[in-house]
Write a protein that binds this ligand. Structure first.
Ligand code: UD1
Ligand code: UDP
Length: 371
């Protein structure tokens, strides 16, 4: 028992959980590893629903979420609380995911504890510190303290190589495809309870990014309102993120509008099934930009820049930005022009083959000379 490699996986938000749970499950099956799951619970309800789906009971639940939390308090809480866990458990390797405050501060904490660090979903960059805010800087922090960097694509690999990182860079694909394929293959469900009209084309909308708070999100909502007025054959469903900064803008504009359904965040299984049924997806989400191309769904990204340009290059994703007229015109083109729609819905998925967790496991085994 004592010579097992102790690996702590730290995560805290919905998307990190979706992308880390397949890896937790994979590593737990290997008797050479002692796996610890540490959740900061930067998110609460929408984190718990993912843990439940993958049947993962955290070894440590730091329970940090506060209503309408700010970056300073959350950051210092993560730094101090993970310190206690790292000192008590003394892991051989600490894995963090992506670019959230949980990722950035847990990695910094692990660095202060002089631990080996692995970054899952490494190498994403816009090279603009304000887009996305604060995630771009979290990415830079995590990659600069990491020993192992698991990159989803070649582009991410090159971003790291070009920033002068010399070793520890691997291309593995994104574990989001592991999660998505698991759900799509094993968890088909009926979505009648959502009350969508089967005769209408469904547009699925999600938006939650900090840099879209205020005017940009208002523009997005007003664009949806005008599209609904103009097109009697469409309906919009928007699972609204629990962040009050999102809800306080969205509800006053879109609540009680005919053919617009504002719903609570959906559990991952219904959400994947809904992506499959949607005609068009409008989103500023990182994860959805990766999942939708794997399902052959056209995505218009409601952001000025993306750190995930691969699917844009392949044609399944386009940047629509947050200008109202621009969003309306790009959606209208997809509704009216079948050739354009077909071009975008060609299912090309640049983000992996669903075996990223297995590749990561093998790299860790190699790193500790366990092969
Ligand atoms: C965070 C991440 C963002 C990621 C997003 C995924 C940072 C800075 N931001 O943004 O990168 O894209 O998660 O969703 O790390 N809330 C609840 N219940 C929940 C979750 C959130 O009520 O289960 C509310 C709380 O009031 C909370 C607020 O949302 O304070 C904001 O949560 P926070 O994690 O700070 O920001 P997100 O916008 O969720
Ligand atoms: N998602 C979900 N329910 C929803 C909205 C999104 O399960 O109501 C999933 C989605 O499939 C993706 C992840 O949550 O895997 C994305 O999370 P989010 O958009 O909050 O964060 P981001 O990816 O932008 O960091």
């Amino acid at each position: 028992m004592t010579n097992k490699i102790k690996i702590a996986l730290v995560f805290g938000t919905r998307p990190e959980a979706i992308k880390m749970c397949p890896l937790v499950k994979r590593l737990k099956q290997n008797p050479l590893f002692h796996v610890l799951t540490v959740v900061t619970a930067q998110h609460r309800q929408i984190l718990d629903s993912v843990l439940e789906l993958f049947d993962i009971k955290p070894d440590y639940d730091l329970n940090l979420m506060k209503p309408n939390q700010n970056l300073w308090d959350l950051s210092s809480d993560i730094l101090l609380k993970t310190k206690e866990v790292f000192e008590k458990e003394d892991p051989d390797l600490i894995l963090v995911h992506g670019d959230t405050t949980t990722a950035g501060l847990s990695a910094l904490s692990a660095f202060y504890a002089r631990k080996k660090i692995g970054h899952v979903e490494a190498g994403l960059r816009t090279f603009d510190k304000n887009y996305p805010f604060p995630e771009e800087i979290n990415r830079v922090i995590v990659d600069s303290v990491s020993d192992l960097m698991f990159c989803p694509t070649e582009l991410a690999v090159n971003n790291l190589k070009n920033s002068n990182i010399k070793q520890g860079i691997y291309k593995t694909g994104n574990t989001v495809i592991d999660a998505l394929l698991y759900v799509i293959e094993n968890k088909k469900i009926n979505l009648d309870y959502l009350g969508l009209d089967k005769n209408l084309k469904t547009i699925l909308l999600t938006s939650h990014r900090r840099e879209n708070f205020g005017k940009p999100l208002e523009n997005i909502c007003n664009a949806v309102k005008e599209l609904i007025e103009k097109n009697k054959d469409i309906q919009v469903i928007y699972p609204v993120h629990p962040n009050p900064n999102v809800r306080n803008t969205v509800y006053p504009i879109l609540d009680n509008i005919e053919r617009v359904k504002l719903v609570e965040p959906l559990d991952y299984v219904p959400f994947c099934n809904l992506m499959k049924e949607a005609h068009i997806i409008l989103t500023d989400s990182g994860g959805v930009q990766e999942e939708a191309p794997a399902l052959g769904k056209p995505v218009l990204v409601l952001r000025e820049e993306t750190e995930r340009p691969e699917a844009v290059e392949y044609g399944g994703v386009k940047l629509a930005g947050t200008n109202k007229e621009n969003i309306i015109s790009m959606v209208q083109t997809l509704l009216d022009n079948n050739e354009e729609y077909q071009k975008m819905s060609k299912a090309v998925n640049p983000y992996g083959d669903g075996r990223a967790s297995e590749y990561i496991e093998n790299i860790i085994l190699d790193y500790f000379n366990l092969k």
